[in-house]
Design a protein around this ligand. Structure first.
Ligand SMILES: NC(=O)c1ccc[n+]([C@@H]2O[C@H](COP(=O)([O-])OP(=O)(O)OC[C@H]3O[C@@H](n4cnc5c(N)ncnc54)[C@H](O)[C@@H]3O)[C@@H](O)[C@H]2O)c1
Ligand SMILES: O=c1ccn([C@@H]2O[C@H](COP(=O)(O)OP(=O)(O)O[C@H]3O[C@H](CO)[C@@H](O)[C@H](O)[C@H]3O)[C@@H](O)[C@H]2O)c(=O)[nH]1
Length: 455
């Protein structure tokens, strides 16, 4: 099938590459000339396991092309995926300017039937706005071409995007019941057939319900995390091990084990913005989503917990004190630092007067870019970008772990102890067992595990 993907970011590039891998003829459009040049020269703008190989294989086979040529992109695909960003507007609602610009571009150039697929995460009612934008552009040109707008939200996780796309646990498709809507549904069925031959994992619904399903999924996951983080903070006070509790409740199949990890707070480009956007949607309909407001507030507080633990241990004035930080990306296997808890921790420690040495296995370049935006020149001068995890440690009072990279899970504890000024570890992801750490001679501070730290 001939497919156009508008927006060549995390979602667009992964969608395009994976659909090409299945034999489709894919045209990827972006407004960012640098990104397109990089892709055309064999580069990949993001760190995503397995993606480079899939893109290279399909470029070589001529099944995927990258361009900024809007007219050619519209002419190419009978299916046009919109996968552009929907960042938070000033009031937290989703900014739809890129989605609507993409829709208008399609309307400006299309001459025959097209299926327009909203893959971006968009609020309820966006399908109608996309339809209106298309109709207006067609009317302005006096062109009578049929189309249908479908909602097909994406559920991939960064760091496992190719795997998630290739083995989806569900495919949600929202369409209407007009003749064009049914024609669009038939095309989507054909396109997704290789992922689930009997369509057992495809959920068909109306467009608005599909749009809402995406926000409901992210809001539910974010709620679980904030719930566990709040309980972990209580566990710290009442002498309970949150890890034992996690196992204890996760074994109930109604609860399940996933997404119950207390930690340094959730970050990334999705949960924070999508929780906010759903709250704003509710407000537009005069409803106050109390739970989601709490989920957001708990997460904002949780990002401060690691820094607070450091201050409690070393005092409010950290001038002259140095700390090692492992993990900067918002989660492992990505270089994405959008809303990363590490940014909050760095700010807290610098505000208290400390100096820091930071390391991440893949996000160092992104960290330099992002921290240069977050910090003043004086503050940035107190950050050392280390060459390795071990390189952060010399002269540090303590090690603070923010992201659970595999490479941090079995470090050389003797070397760590020898390099640190004091054998103190703050573990924002509960990577280690407190008893083992105590035996190894460390003062260990996890999240929600103080009973074990004290004993
Ligand atoms: N990142 C994720 O893990 C993820 C997962 C599921 C859903 N989503 C959703 O998917 C959407 C895209 O997210 P992303 O992380 O891929 O964003 P991104 O910022 O990585 O990429 C968006 C791309 O769209 C391009 N673009 C903007 N306007 C354009 C236009 N008019 N024409 C062509 N290209 C244009 C930008 O230059 C950019 O390259 C968002 O709505 C997001 O919420 C993201
Ligand atoms: O038990 C957990 C699980 C995750 N996290 C944190 O939650 C954030 C988000 O993690 P994850 O969901 O794995 O990454 P994303 O790539 O942001 O993916 C989410 O957001 C995407 C964009 O909408 C969706 O497509 C995915 O289904 C959804 O999981 C990260 O900071 C994690 O550290 C926790 O603190 N505890």
């Amino acid at each position: 099938m001939k497919i156009t993907i508008i927006g060549t970011g995390y979602v667009g590039l992964v969608t395009g590459a994976c659909l090409a891998e299945l034999g489709n003829d894919v045209f990827c459009l972006d407004v960012d000339q640098k990104k397109i040049d990089l892709l055309n020269n064999g580069g990949i703008p993001i760190h995503e396991p397995g993606l480079e190989e899939v893109v290279a294989r399909n470029r070589a086979a001529g099944r995927i092309q990258f361009s900024t040529d809007v007219a050619a992109s519209v002419a190419h695909g009978e299916v046009q995926f919109i996968a552009v960003g929907t960042p938070p507007d000033e009031d937290g609602s989703a900014d739809l300017q890129y989605v609507l610009a993409a829709a208008r571009n399609i309307g400006k150039h299309m001459t025959g039937f097209k299926v327009i697929v909203d893959k971006s995460t968009v609020p309820v009612g966006t399908g109608d706005r996309v339809k209106t934008a298309l109709r207006e552009e067609l009317a302005a040109r006096g062109v009578d071409a049929g189309f249908s707008v479908v909602s097909n939200p994406e559920f991939l996780k960064e760091g496992a995007a190719v795997e998630d796309f290739m083995r989806p646990d569900r495919i949600v498709i929202g369409h209407d019941s007009s003749a064009e809507g049914l024609q669009a549904a038939a095309l989507m069925k054909k396109l997704y057939a290789p992922f689930n031959r009997n369509h057992e994992r495809t959920f068909w619904m109306d467009v608005r319900s599909a749009e809402f399903t995406k926000y409901a999924a992210n809001a539910m996951l974010a709620t679980r995390i904030s719930f566990m983080n709040e309980l972990a903070n209580l566990a710290d006070r009442v002498g309970v091990d949150i890890e034992a509790v996690r196992h204890g409740i996760g074994s109930d199949p109604r609860i399940g084990h996933s997404f119950l990890y207390a930690g340094a707070g959730y970050g990334g480009s999705c949960f924070p913005k999508d929780v906010q956007a759903l709250e704003r949607t509710a407000r537009q309909y005069q409803q106050d989503l109390l739970i989601l407001r709490a989920v957001e507030a708990v997460n904002d507080k949780q990002k401060l917990v690691l820094g607070r633990k450091v201050v409690q241990r070393f005092g409010a004035d950290l001038a002259g004190k140095h700390f090692a930080i492992w993990g900067l990306a918002f989660k492992p296997n990505t270089d994405d630092m959008r809303e990363a808890p590490a940014r909050v921790l760095v700010r807290q420690l610098l505000d208290a007067g400390a100096t820091v040495a930071v390391y991440d296995p893949v996000a160092m370049t992104e960290a330099q870019r992002v921290l240069a935006l977050d910090l003043s020149a004086e503050e940035l001068a107190r950050v050392r970008f280390a060459a390795s995890a071990m390189d952060t440690l010399d002269g540090a009072e303590a090690l603070v772990i923010v992201t659970e990279w595999k490479a941090f899970r079995a470090p050389d504890f003797d070397r760590i102890k020898a390099a640190l000024k004091q054998a103190v570890i703050f573990d924002g992801r509960n990577l280690f067992e407190p008893e083992v750490m105590a035996q190894a001679g460390f003062e260990y501070h996890g999240i929600g595990r103080s009973i074990l730290t004290r004993s």
